[in-house]
Design a binder for this molecule. Structure first.
Ligand code: PNW
Length: 476
């Protein structure tokens, strides 16, 4: 990993933030009229999450949001990206809003603004109201229409004070991990349903963007957060190049094609023809999806490395997507995923800051003139307090330094990156992995809910306050 020895300074307006999501931190799942989402159901289904863990209490942010905002202010963060729980606001996924649900977010936003922290709202971070899943979920067109209504409600309630809006977080995970490999809620394993879900998530983004624009002042910014990943071929062999292009279609093009260019990649239709006929893509849908955006959010953790060859049939998947026997890559059973060489985090994800630079430069070409934000980047490590109760995480500092340096290089190379949100503000419920994987800059003792900033939080806070990366000692 490149070690920086001279200070690296960012543009003065660069936003230094941290990110979370509702189900991962809030808890209070039965308070204020909230009803179950697909993640409540999934995490309470035996065998779906590590140790049967769930978000019933999580890090109790619903009750501790004031302290959490004070912590962000102490660290010196300039921005905070959080998500709204749909079933807190619209318990059945339809109909009038529950004001008590919206009130929680009104209080949170007011608290942030009072400390000078810019809120950024993600409308959908994977927690579909269970009633909508019972009616068919994302494979059904109706879900996209319901999302537009929900977007309108939240936009009207908070659009006067929140300028930065994100429709969906990582629709790839919702579609392909939720309905394809089944490692995420709702846990379905049907490749055709996964592709239908992808289209209806795209439609939800388009309809939701229009709804937000009609509900809010025009100065506000609307974006989407994609977990676009650089897909690299193992060799320059034409078969490997073709495998990489097919995975790129399934990982990236399936979303950025319609959203940024108004069309699905033609090669995606060809490659998935035996699974789905795409007849649910109705006339006019692509125009609805292809809304002008104010910014694009990129979530980045690790690159993907592939070759064309029969995949091994047992053992954990080398694509880092868990151990499901079902693939999250419809129509690509003949592609093999390889571990990118190099050091890895606790997730088993290879640390590769060059991938972030590549990704930013790709979207700089793909969407010229569109401001970019890194809406998530970070690492899980096995953090433990020392006898004095301090948490030292030099590996995370090295990870953040390496990736922020890559962002800085991309800006120097002409990319318009406006901000960075560290994943995550604090340790939390890491989906199917439960609480074992700690992504936080702030350590949470789950038994007492005590928050302790790790050394990375202090390092990052200093970067946020000074706009400069302090030199980092090599991690031992
Ligand atoms: C993202 N994958 O999840 C999410 O937006 C966060 O909620 C999550 O905590 C964070 O990254 C860390 O995992 C992902 O398998 C989950 O490719 C899985 C994958 C990617 C992102």
């Amino acid at each position: 990993m490149p070690e920086s020895t001279t200070p690296v300074t960012f543009p003065p307006a660069f936003l230094w933030g941290a990110a979370t999501s509702a189900y991962q931190i809030e808890g209070a799942v039965r308070e204020g009229g909230r009803t179950p989402s697909i993640w409540d159901t999934f995490s309470h289904t035996p065998g779906k999450t590590a140790g049967g863990e769930h978000g019933d209490i999580a890090v109790d942010h619903y009750h501790r949001y004031r302290d959490d905002v004070a912590l962000m202010a102490d660290l010196g963060l300039g921005a905070y990206r959080f998500s709204v729980s749909w079933s807190r606001v619209q318990p059945t996924g339809r109909g009038p809003a529950v004001q008590r649900g919206l009130d929680f977010y009104r209080r949170l936003v007011d608290e942030l603004l009072s400390k000078g922290i810019k809120p950024a709202i993600t409308l959908y971070h994977w927690d579909l109201p269970q009633e909508l899943e019972d009616a068919g979920g994302w494979p059904e067109r109706e879900t996209a229409l319901r999302f537009a209504e929900y977007a309108q409600i939240v936009g009207e309630a908070l659009g006067d004070r929140v300028e930065q809006w994100i429709t969906l977080n990582e629709p790839w995970c919702s579609a392909f991990l939720g309905y394809g490999s089944g490692v995420h809620a709702p846990g379905r394993t049907d490749p055709a349903a996964a592709l239908r879900a992808a289209h209806h998530l795209n439609l939800a983004h388009g309809l939701g963007t229009s709804a937000l624009r009609s509900a809010m002042p025009s100065r506000n910014s609307v974006a989407v957060s994609l977990n676009s990943c650089p897909v690299r071929p193992l060799t320059q062999d034409p078969a490997d190049l073709d495998a990489a292009r097919r995975i790129d279609d399934l990982a990236n093009g399936v979303f950025h094609g319609p959203m940024l260019h108004g069309a699905y990649p033609a090669t995606l239709f060809t490659a998935t023809r035996s699974i789905t006929d795409w007849s649910y893509v109705q006339d006019g849908d692509l125009a609805l999806i292809h809304q002008p955006l104010d910014a694009l959010g990129l979530n980045y953790y690790t690159p993907t490395l592939v070759s064309a060859a029969a995949a091994p049939t047992d053992g954990p998947r080398a694509d880092g997507h868990g151990s499901s026997a079902h693939s999250p890559w419809p129509g690509a059973d003949d592609v093999t995923f390889h571990q990118t060489p190099g050091e890895r985090t606790e997730m088993g994800w290879t640390i590769d800051p060059t991938g972030l630079h590549d990704l930013i430069m790709r979207y700089t070409r793909e969407a010229p003139g569109l401001p970019l934000y890194i809406t998530e980047n970070g690492a899980a490590y096995d953090d433990k307090p020392d006898p004095e109760g301090r948490v030292h995480d030099p590996e995370r500092i090295a990870y953040l330094n390496g990736h922020l340096s890559a962002v800085h290089r991309a800006i120097a190379d002409g990319a318009d990156v406006r901000g960075y949100y560290l994943w995550s503000l604090m340790d939390n419920f890491e989906w199917a992995y439960g609480y074992e994987k700690r992504f936080g800059a702030v350590y949470v003792d789950y038994a007492t809910q005590t928050r302790t900033p790790k050394s990375s939080a202090h390092w990052y806070g200093k970067a946020a306050r000074t706009g400069t990366l302090a030199p980092v000692a090599p991690a031992e």
